[in-house]
Design a protein around this ligand. Structure first.
Ligand code: GRG
Length: 302
């Protein structure tokens, strides 16, 4: 079963993976003015072998809405840049203090803390530059910038991360229960997944109904992704994940398996993925990629 699911995603990865890598590399060549060391640190983290789930979501959403991969590629690059910046900053000693990411030493371990902070800052700004310069028409570029700013901003990604940091300090900010846990993850993990789909749809001229269906799918997929991330932290290996595992338990973090148990968490992820697939029904066709990705999130081992 796992092989079949993975095989159906492989078809997409083989087709859209190389163009994503090429576009990410080209958009970070960067003109004179960017110090070599900074460019190197940005590219070290951005081009490291991640799963590229967010760019794939953007491109698959565009295809589901009848759009072209090329028109959606700047959106795919922008969401991966924000994601890479958030990983660099999350790994810093002041946050999660990690030394391994995507199978390599973390950015600050290689380039030092100051350069890692700046590499994250550089990727954050570059994401909006890439959208503004390359998405056409300009009204769509502006709408994409606004949507990405919201999703990566203080009420979504950054807010979710801040609440996560505060929760770890315990006291009044400690996680109160399932609703609180889901609220943190909806912002920290979910918002970037949803906006990846939204941007892809917008570059394809999606209708409000199509954008709504993508968002219903993304909401479930994002939560399922977090549940499986928590499960993998319990049962996967560092070699598979390319990052440290078992950290949640070590830090006494509240997680889905911690709160619901492994079996119930697995059942919850299955239910969410069923709902995500059902949300794609209004599209009829062109959703093979999004369906394969939903299946992968459930079955993934990294
Ligand atoms: C620093 C503003 C700021 C935010 C950090 C990304 C993040 C928010 C935290 C990382 C910690 C974490 C494990 C989050 C849960 C889910 C998640 C975002 C996992 C990493 O994404 P993957 O698995 O990574 O798609 P790759 O490397 O494959 O791209």
């Amino acid at each position: 079963m796992v092989e079949t699911l993975t095989a159906s995603l492989t078809t997409f990865v083989d087709r859209i993976g190389p163009p994503i890598e090429l576009a990410l590399s080209k958009t970070t060549e960067l003109a004179r003015g960017c110090p070599d060391r900074l460019r190197e640190a940005m590219r070290y983290s951005l081009l490291a072998p991640g799963k590229r789930m967010r760019p794939m979501l953007a491109l698959m959403a565009a295809e589901a809405c009848g759009g072209a991969i090329a028109a959606a590629m700047p959106a795919a690059c922008a969401v991966e840049m924000i994601h890479a910046y958030s990983l660099i900053h999350d790994d810093l000693p002041a946050m999660d203090d990690d030394d391994l990411r995507r199978g390599r030493p973390t950015c600050h371990k290689v380039y030092g803390e100051a350069m890692a902070i700046l590499a994250g800052d550089g990727l954050l700004s570059l994401a909006f530059h890439v959208l503004a310069e390359n998405i056409r028409p300009q009204s769509v570029a502006a709408a994409c910038c606004a949507a990405l700013a919201e999703a990566s901003g203080p009420c979504q990604l950054v807010g979710g991360q801040a609440d996560d940091v505060l929760a770890e300090q315990g006291g009044a900010n400690a996680i109160q229960g399932r609703e609180h846990l889901e609220f943190i993850h909806a912002r920290k993990t979910g918002a970037m997944i949803r906006v990846s789909l939204k941007l892809g749809g917008m570059t394809a001229g999606a209708s409000p109904e199509q954008l709504k269906a993508l968002d219903e799918y993304g909401r479930r997929l994002g939560l399922a992704f977090q549940v499986t991330d928590d499960l993998l932290d319990v049962r996967s290996t560092e070699e598979n994940m390319g990052k440290r595992v078992g950290k949640d338990a070590q830090k006494g973090k509240i997680t889905f398996p911690g709160l619901l148990g492994v079996d119930q968490s697995t059942a919850y992820a299955t239910q969410l993925i069923d709902e995500a697939r059902a949300a794609l029904e209004p599209f009829g066709s062109n959703v093979a990629g999004l369906t394969a990705l939903a299946n992968y999130v459930l079955e993934r081992n990294r």
